[in-house]
Ligand binder design. Structure first.
Ligand SMILES: NC(=O)c1ccc[n+]([C@@H]2O[C@H](COP(=O)([O-])OP(=O)(O)OC[C@H]3O[C@@H](n4cnc5c(N)ncnc54)[C@H](O)[C@@H]3O)[C@@H](O)[C@H]2O)c1
Length: 421
């Protein structure tokens, strides 16, 4: 079978390193035939990497949408606030859509995309890779097979890691609400998606607390300049000192967004002039650096979720509390433990139960193989014409996004949000 043709809007980090990389690894499954990016160097690089002809390279999405469809699927990896204004014209043009998260920058925008897709009978895959890695797929399978009875609660935690937060949510693209989405949406829509998927229901009410408490000018070391390289007195002790992070031999992500050219000289220039060399206390960022969410689903499942910038390791963890036992694990450890009530090795009150342990190896690619899985899901559904599966999947994604937006409203307004009230 020939590969499925697609166009890409947004040839930045994700467009290039996730979707472009998939097509390079699996040329029999996906082929990019057109690219749209405002940035000439990124557009040219993508076109070169994928053998795209000049007439199929566009700098402007409005101009691109004037053309008849060039492929059945449009991949959209633009920045958060460009999703809605580029997703709707793609659907209007008849493209099936692979859309980066967050779907849109408002709850209404998310619903609008779903309505438009349903009205035109088009598939929309939101890029929620976690649902497609072996770890979360196994947890879902265990729940659906009743491994721990009826689910009472989900306890989920996202540990972002201090350096990841500083890189992406202080210095990077997602630090300001004006250009990106709220933290709980931009970072945690994946977690909210997993919660909605595992709870298998619609959200009834949401409460939340949190805020931005550390990466603010008041916490800057005395005498710190605006840029690390301008003689910062704290350079030997500050864990965010840019040269120590970005000017080593390591040139994989998170170093890759600094520049297309990753030579030492080019990276040095990037921290002297670009966003990643700024003092983390003086970046004008205004999104939360920690947030706790509690939510109730209509089917009775309770969610307890927390996200913190200030962790050492980046990892997620999850516990599923059921009427007959508990499932616990975190994807980075690659194993899942099932504790069945009444089966502790030390008897009913034993303190050393022997859980059943299921090993789940990560697959190729980022997000424990989730990036590969989520792309393949759309391609497979498209080949099979499985509109119902995609529709169900989109409904969960919308529910997760609505939960995340409600959590932000609850945090800002310091009140419990009753959904659809
Ligand atoms: N699913 C995930 O796990 C995951 C992980 C990281 C980022 N993301 C999301 O992916 C998206 C892209 O992130 P990134 O790191 O690749 O950003 P990026 O800035 O590297 O890339 C965005 C690209 O889109 C281009 N662009 C923006 N608006 C455009 C428009 N209207 N027309 C044409 N080109 C346009 C920019 O020039 C840029 O090259 C973001 O929304 C982000 O939240 C998702």
């Amino acid at each position: 079978m020939p590969p499925i043709d697609a166009v890409l809007i947004g040839a930045g980090q994700r467009g290039r390193d996730a979707f472009g990389a998939f097509a390079k690894r699996h040329p029999d499954e996906l082929r990019f035939v057109a690219v749209v990016d405002k940035d000439e160097s990124k557009r040219k690089k993508f076109a070169q990497d994928h053998g795209i002809s000049n007439e199929n390279c566009f700098s402007d999405s409005a101009e691109f949408f004037q053309h008849p469809p060039l492929a059945p699927i449009c991949f959209n990896a633009t920045m958060d606030r460009e999703h809605l204004p580029t997703a709707l014209p793609a659907l209007e043009k008849g493209y099936h859509l692979f859309l980066e998260k967050p779907m849109a920058d408002t709850p209404d925008g998310c619903v609008k995309i779903r309505e438009e897709a349903n009205r035109r009978n088009l598939m929309v895959q939101i890029c929620h890779p976690l649902r497609f890695n072996r770890f979360y797929k196994k947890i879902k399978e265990l729940i659906d097979n009743g491994a721990v009875g009826r689910v009472i609660g989900l306890i989920m935690c996202e540990n972002v890691a201090y350096w990841h937060y500083a890189h992406s949510y202080v210095r990077g693209n997602w630090g300001r609400i004006e250009t990106a989405a709220p933290f709980i949406v931009s970072k945690c829509c994946h977690d909210m998606d997993i919660a909605a998927w595992l709870a298998d229901g619609t959200v009834e009410h949401v409460a939340s607390t949190g805020g931005l408490s550390f990466f603010i000018p008041e916490n800057a070391p005395a005498g710190a300049p605006d840029r690390c390289v301008n003689g910062c007195p704290a350079e030997m002790t500050c864990p965010y000192f840019a040269p120590a992070l970005y000017l080593t031999d390591y040139i994989e992500w998170p170093v890759t967004p600094l520049s297309l050219d990753l030579s030492l000289e080019s990276r040095r220039r990037a921290i002297e002039t670009g966003p990643y060399g700024r003092c983390v206390f003086k970046c004008g960022n205004n999104i939360a650096d920690h947030q706790v969410v509690i939510a109730g689903f209509k089917n009775g499942v309770a969610l307890n979720f927390s996200v913190f910038a200030h962790t050492f390791h980046p990892y997620r963890s999850i516990r599923v509390l059921g009427t007959e036992g508990e499932i616990a694990g975190h994807p980075e450890k690659a194993d899942i433990k099932i504790f069945r009530f009444g089966q502790g090795a030390g008897g009913w009150f034993g303190d050393s139960p022997q859980p059943e342990t299921i090993a789940v190896e990560a697959e190729e690619g980022a997000h424990g193989g989730g990036d590969t899985g989520v792309i393949r899901n759309l391609l497979d559904c498209y080949r099979r014409g499985d509109y119902q599966a995609m529709k169900r999947s989109l409904d969960v994604a919308v529910e997760g996004h609505l939960l995340a937006f409600a959590a932000e409203s609850a945090r800002l307004e310091k009140r419990t949000i009753i959904m659809n009230a």
